[in-house]
Design a protein around this ligand. Sequence first.
Ligand SMILES: Nc1nc2c(c(=O)[nH]1)N[C@H]1C(S)=C(S)[C@@H](COP(=O)(O)O)O[C@H]1N2
Ligand SMILES: [Mo]
Length: 187
Amino acid sequence: MPTQNRVPPGQRLTDRFPVLHYGQVPRFDPATWTLRVFGLVEHERVFRYEEFTALPTTRIVADIHCVTGWSKLDTVWEGVLFRDLAALVVPKPEARYVMFHCEYGFTANLPLDVVMDDDVLLAWKYDDKPLTPEHGFPLRAVVPKRYFWKSAKWVRGVEFMAQDRLGFWEQYGYNNSADPWKEERYA
Ligand SMILES: Nc1nc2c(c(=O)[nH]1)N[C@H]1C(S)=C(S)[C@@H](COP(=O)(O)O)O[C@H]1N2
Ligand SMILES: [Mo]
């Protein structure tokens, strides 16, 4: 696709892939790693890594936008569509928000309707190769329609909630909605 009209206000394009996060890159131990899906769902689940990566996958091509000002077009991700995961656990009617829980206590919150979009993944591949540790291996969220801080790396839990709660960067003053096209950078 042409790059025209694909760069939100205040953003500039990069071909690099910057690494940004608070704290350390966690180590991955496949023997002990689990993904816990819990909260307001009919069927809580705990997946081991081989179980999760055996689920049907979706590959998306998406533009990503970091609040620090860089945007990257046509990034390629593969993993489980959030919608497919939700179909397995069946959110209760009162579930309206989700929280991604990550290594070292990092969190990111989103409305359920945002993560049910057809481009939201829990991904373990970038550019058709396994994610690198600093980009979130073994598992990260990819939420292209929101600033990239909502795309939580090293996800270990997905919580379905009735009420919204602020995640890590949201508590530090980032905008809770985080739509790059509306330049919702800070609260
Ligand atoms: N677990 C975790 N995920 C995180 C962060 C973090 O500090 N911890 N930072 C977020 C921020 S601010 C950004 S911009 C993106 C950067 O992802 P990248 O390093 O793959 O470019 O990760 C997001 N996911
Ligand atoms: Mo960020």
